[in-house]
Design a binder for this molecule. Structure first.
Ligand SMILES: [Zn+2]
Length: 365
C-alpha cells in the first residue's frame, strides 16, 4: 500500500537518512555482489511495483536462491539466463521463499522442479499458499462475502472486488512439498550462518534471514526502505489484529545490529535499519491518529467510510482490497486497545465509535 498512504519516506527530525551503498542491478540478469558470495539480481514485474529483488547465496557446493518473481514466461526465461550466466558453473542447491505472496513464491513450484532442489518455507506461508490456491476456485466464499458486506462497502463495488480476485492472472500452481523453516533455525550456507527471524502482520510467518557475523539481513517485505508493506485483516481471520503482530515483528528486527546491511525485496539495499524501524512505527502511529480523527467526526463509521477518508484516491478493486484490509487492521488495533467500540447496525454492517477511554494513557501507544 504505497500510493494513497502517508508517504513512508518522511524524515524523522534528527534521524539520519538511510544510506544506499549500491546501485541496483538492471532487471536483465545482471547481478551486484553486496557481500562476498551474496549476489543481488532484480526481476521485472508488470505491476505498479515494477520489480522484485532476489538473492543468490553461494554455498560450498552450489547456490541457494531466495525468492522467485511472478509465475510468468519472462521470469522463467530470466532465471534460466541468471543460472546459466552467474553461478560460475555451480548447480542450484535450494530455493528459499520469504513468504507466500506471488512475487516471492509464485515460481517456487517451477524452480524446484526445474533444478531438482528442495523448497524451504515456513509452515504458515506454505499452508497459506495452498489455502489460497484452493479458495480462489470458489470465490467468493459466503463468509468472504459477509466480511466485505459488514465493512459497509456498497454491493456493486464489492462485486468488482470479487471479480478482480477471480481473475488473478498470477495464481501459481499448487505447491506439493517443502522443508520447514522455523524462527531461530540456522541455515549454514558456505561460510555464513543465517538465522531465521519470523515476521508477522504482512503475511502469516514471513522468513527473514540474518547473518549476525556479517551484519546482513535478507528482509523480504518486512523492512522496505521507501514504501510501507500492506498490513491487513482478511476474511480468513476477521477478528485478527495483524498490526499488533507487525509491531512485535519490528521489535524483533530491531535487535539486529544498527549497521546491518538490509537486503529488502523491493527498492534499494540500505543501511539504517533502526531508523527504518522507527519510521515504520511512526507511519502507523500517524495512521492510527488519523483513523481516530475520522471515526470521531461522525456518529458511527463503517470501515468502508474510514477507508474512503484514509485513502481518497483509490483507483481499482485491487487497491480497494488492500486499503479495506489495511483500514480494518488499524481499526482492530484501536478496538483492542479500548479506544474504539464497534457494533453491528440495522444493515448488518459494523459501525465504530470512539470510546470515552480513547484519551486515556493506556489506550495510547
Ligand atoms: Zn509481500
Amino acid at each position: 500500500m504505497s500510493e494513497a498512504a502517508t508517504p513512508a519516506t518522511m524524515a524523522l527530525s534528527g534521524a539520519p537518512a538511510l544510506e544506499y551503498p549500491f546501485q541496483a542491478p538492471r532487471p536483465d540478469g545482471s547481478v551486484v555482489e553486496v557481500a562476498p558470495g551474496v549476489l543481488w539480481a532484480r526481476i521485472g514485474m508488470p505491476l505498479a511495483l515494477n520489480h522484485i529483488n532476489v538473492w543468490l547465496l553461494r554455498g560450498d557446493d552450489g547456490w541457494t536462491l531466495v525468492d522467485t518473481g511472478l509465475p510468468t514466461d519472462e521470469t522463467r526465461a530470466l532465471w534460466e539466463h541468471i543460472v546459466a550466466g552467474q553461478l560460475g558453473g555451480e548447480p542450484v542447491r535450494a530455493v528459499v521463499c520469504t513468504h507466500f505472496h506471488y512475487d516471492h513464491a509464485g515460481l517456487a513450484s517451477w524452480m524446484t522442479e526445474r533444478f531438482g532442489v528442495p523448497l524451504y518455507m515456513s509452515l504458515g506461508e506454505f499452508l497459506m499458499m495452498r489455502a489460497l490456491g484452493d479458495a480462489t476456485a470458489s470465490v467468493p466464499h459466503p463468509e468472504e462475502r459477509r466480511f466485505i458486506a459488514r465493512s459497509g462497502m456498497p454491493d456493486e463495488r464489492a462485486e468488482r472486488l470479487f471479480e478482480a480476485l477471480r481473475r488473478d492472472p498470477y495464481l501459481p500452481p499448487r505447491l506439493a512439498q517443502f522443508r520447514r523453516l522455523r524462527g531461530g533455525d540456522v541455515l549454514a550456507i558456505g561460510p555464513r550462518r543465517w538465522k531465521v527471524i519470523i515476521g508477522e502482520g504482512h503475511s502469516p510467518e514471513h522468513v527473514c534471514l540474518y547473518s549476525a557475523q556479517d551484519r546482513l539481513l535478507i528482509g523480504g517485505d518486512q523492512l522496505l526502505p521507501r514504501i510501507t508493506s500492506n498490513v491487513m485483516v482478511n476474511a480468513f481471520e476477521p477478528d485478527g489484529n495483524p498490526l499488533a503482530q507487525w509491531f512485535d515483528s519490528l521489535d524483533r528486527l530491531e535487535r539486529c545490529a544498527h549497521d546491518t546491511l538490509v537486503l529488502p525485496s523491493h527498492q534499494g539495499v540500505y543501511r539504517g535499519l533502526h531508523t527504518r524501524v522507527r519510521q515504520l512505527r511512526e507511519h502507523h502511529r500517524q495512521q492510527l491518529e488519523e483513523v481516530l480523527r475520522i471515526v470521531g467526526r461522525g456518529d458511527g463509521c463503517t470501515s468502508y467510510e474510514v477507508m474512503l477518508g484514509l485513502y481518497p484516491r483509490l483507483r481499482d478493486p485491487e487497491q480497494d482490497l488492500l486499503a479495506l484490509g489495511e483500514t480494518a487492521a488499524h481499526l482492530a488495533w484501536l478496538r483492542e486497545r479500548g479506544a474504539l467500540e464497534c457494533r453491528l447496525d440495522k444493515d448488518d454492517a459494523f459501525r465504530y465509535k470512539v470510546t470515552q477511554a480513547a484519551g486515556d494513557e493506556d489506550t495510547h501507544w
